[in-house]
Design a binder for this molecule. Structure first.
Ligand SMILES: NC(=O)c1ccc[n+]([C@@H]2O[C@H](COP(=O)([O-])OP(=O)(O)OC[C@H]3O[C@@H](n4cnc5c(N)ncnc54)[C@H](O)[C@@H]3O)[C@@H](O)[C@H]2O)c1
Length: 332
């Protein structure tokens, strides 16, 4: 049994806590959160000790691994402290809000041979994995284009948004990682258009709510991402990959597969699953299991801090492109 502690008992911490508690090879030692009531209410559900200070678990030599589910601006510090104590680490995205800090952290983690996985959960979504596998097996020939639609059903709180680093670093970061993973090549150029159609007040953080991004790789492969912080009809998560021999399309998931026909409507279907907690529930479970497998079998972590750094780099370039209205060379 691996002894594990959870740092951060908020929205995503809740998901990790439930999955750790249900995993047959993990013992949840406890949950740390400076808002102790958050830690306490979660330990009531899943067991373990509730503490205020994450260092209590990081300094504890009997603990093998930590999950970092704290606000983004705390990730690097907690990750480095846990790595210096030899812990395996599952760290939420994004690695940091600052690219230089993320790069320096990656270098230290590499030097230490630290066992760190960055939690880009969408790579573990069963349909995304199927698409990745089909591309690898040549089912659509040479891959030419990736199209990603990524719209949230609604805004997080303004308090969360003000610390999030903006839509590209916080939300589209998942899609930047998906783009790199599916394209199989590093992007060399990004052009981003971004607007504030829903919340003009985002301007004070230089943030946006509605975005379109175009990515090109060295060989000329392309990716298009469109995103919004608020789609009234639910969590819109579609993926299309197009190649020389065909196309693969992953549509949205719904709460039921029944289609209704009557005098008023044809093919009426139930709503989309509400948000990331529901849409990616299986992906979070698989993500945790892959982390445990990599620790137990001493195999490479499936997603590394370097992947986290590269996705952040794309987010920074997209932000710069949106602010200047010009395409950005990714290596500049
Ligand atoms: N992979 C995903 O699908 C996904 C989804 C949501 C959030 N996230 C990421 O997870 C992180 C947390 O997001 P959230 O939505 O759960 O935020 P949240 O605000 O709901 O929860 C964060 C929790 O961390 C606690 N906290 C703050 N500082 C801490 C510290 N030093 N040590 C321990 N706990 C601390 C807060 O009190 C709070 O309870 C962010 O980096 C976010 O980008 C990832």
């Amino acid at each position: 049994m691996l002894r594990i502690a959870l740092l951060g008992a908020g929205r995503i911490g809740h998901v990790h806590a439930m999955n750790v508690a249900a995993h047959p090879e993990l013992t949840l030692v406890g949950i740390a959160d400076p808002l102790i009531e958050n830690a306490l209410s979660l330990t009531k559900l899943v067991g373990g000790r509730a503490v205020k200070d994450p260092l209590e678990f990081i300094e504890d030599d009997s603990i093998d691994a930590v999950i970092i589910a704290t606000p983004t601006d705390t990730h690097v510090d907690l990750m480095l402290r846990a790595a210096r104590k030899g812990k395996a680490i599952l760290c939420e995205k994004p690695v940091d809000l600052n690219l230089n800090r993320a790069r320096e952290a990656c270098e230290e983690l590499k030097q230490r041979n630290a066992r760190v996985m960055v939690a880009f959960n969408r790579r573990f979504d069963p349909s995304a994995r199927e698409i990745y596998q089909a591309i690898a097996e040549g089912e659509i020939g040479e891959l030419h284009q990736v199209m990603i639609t990524s719209r949230d059903p609604g805004f997080a709180s303004m308090e969360y948004l003000s610390h999030s680093g903006g839509v590209f670093r916080d939300m589209t970061i998942h899609d930047f990682d998906m783009a790199r993973w599916l394209l199989g090549e590093e992007p060399v150029e990004i052009f981003a258009s971004a607007s504030r159609l829903l919340k003009p007040e985002l301007a004070k953080n230089n943030d946006f709510d509605t975005i379109m991004v175009q990515i090109t790789t060295k060989s000329g492969k392309q990716c298009h991402i469109n995103g919004s912080r608020q789609a009234r009809y639910g969590h819109d998560q579609r993926l299309e990959v197009y190649g020389s021999e065909g196309m693969l399309l992953n549509d949205n998931q719904r709460t039921s597969s029944i289609r209704r026909y009557n005098a008023r409507t044809t093919e009426s279907r139930p709503p989309l699953v509400h948000f990331f907690l529901e849409r990616y529930a299986e992906a979070y479970r698989i993500e945790l299991n892959e982390f445990v497998l990599a620790i137990n079998h001493a195999t490479p972590m499936p997603i590394t801090p370097y992947d986290g750094y590269r996705a952040l780099k794309l987010a920074e370039c997209a932000q710069r492109s949106a602010e200047t209205g010009k395409p950005v060379n990714v290596e500049d």
